[in-house]
Write a protein that binds this ligand. Structure first.
Ligand SMILES: Cc1ncc(COP(=O)(O)O)c(C=O)c1O
Length: 289
């Protein structure tokens, strides 16, 4: 059943009290993770815990160890008994007065939910539409921080326009990532050899301007497995429009083909061959985890 955990106390999701004094309410002062399981097995747990440890360290939240987080995740996952689960958790700097500088020794707050995760079958088979949107976020998007207002506003705008995701574009006209996903293009590349000659997988290089997506890591591994050349270089908007294929990747949905980009059809207007091959190879990563 859907469960929540506050510190180390488990409860039904509906029984969660409202935390008005949490610093996440005032300042978004905390960091979070989203993990998933397939058929009772948590995928890439260590990758997510490592990223979480990096986020905690980057914002200097102390007083909770990753080992404690791991144990709480495993306990809650075990209790919920949900095979295909979405596991959300965050740690905030704690609760107190609305003062940017916290009281000495403030204890962090831990919060977790586990809910059923439906497979994104329709989106995966038919593909989705996206819009571009200015990337209005701060300069440390590598931290998985609870400050998500620019992401929320971009995603809301996409939904208003009948689209699934907003693809964020920086001041140079280069795509960084989706508002809640990593972004990929299959582009023509005359120097590319291997099993997909003339084609490469392009994605933004890991830097402070994007989240080090866990799914991205396994997409790159999948590309290597199918012999597709990987180029970690940002895609400009006109390049995305001219790409053979586009897709996004995120923990909760794996790989999702993009068939419409700012109203323009991509490739044949349906999920392309390279994307489908990557989806299959990605499944292999899941099976081997
Ligand atoms: C901004 C952003 N980029 C990328 C991702 C994908 O990250 P992951 O593959 O670890 O889920 C997310 C996930 O929520 C995200 O919010």
């Amino acid at each position: 059943m859907p469960l929540a955990m506050i510190q180390d106390e488990l409860m039904p999701l509906e029984a969660v009290p409202i935390p008005f004094r949490d610093r996440a309410m005032y300042f978004g002062d905390g960091v979070y993770e989203v993990i998933r399981s397939y058929k009772g097995h948590i995928f890439a747990l260590e990758d997510h815990l490592m990223r979480f440890a990096n986020s905690l360290e980057a914002v200097d939240i102390r007083g909770i160890t990753v080992e404690t987080v791991r144990q709480r995740v495993l306990t809650a996952f075990d209790q919920a008994g949900i095979g295909n689960a979405k596991i959300y958790f965050h740690v905030t700097r704690g609760s107190g007065p609305r003062d940017p500088v916290e009281a000495p020794g403030l204890a962090p707050n831990f919060y977790l939910t586990i809910t059923e995760l439906e497979d994104a079958t329709l989106e995966k088979t038919q593909g989705i539409s996206v819009i571009t949107h200015p990337d209005l976020r701060w300069k440390r998007c590598d931290i998985k921080s609870l400050n998500l207002l620019p992401n929320v506003l971009a995603k809301r705008e996409a939904h208003k326009q009948g689209c699934d995701e907003a693809i964020l574009v920086d001041d140079q006209g280069l795509i960084t990532e989706g508002s809640a996903s990593a972004f990929f293009a299959i582009c023509g590349d005359s120097s590319a050899q291997g099993d997909w000659p003339g084609l490469c997988l392009r994605t933004t290089a890991l830097h402070v301007n994007i989240l080090p997506s866990v799914t991205r890591k396994y997409v790159i591994k999948s590309a290597q497995a199918i012999g597709l050349t990987v180029v970690e270089r940002s895609v400009a908007v006109p390049e995305a429009k001219a790409a053979q294929e586009l897709f996004l990747a995120v923990t909760t949905r794996d790989i999702v083909p993009i068939v419409k980009f700012d109203g323009q059809s991509i490739g044949q207007g349906k999920p392309g061959k390279a994307t489908q091959a990557l989806m299959q190879a990605f499944q292999q990563c899941i099976d081997e985890d």
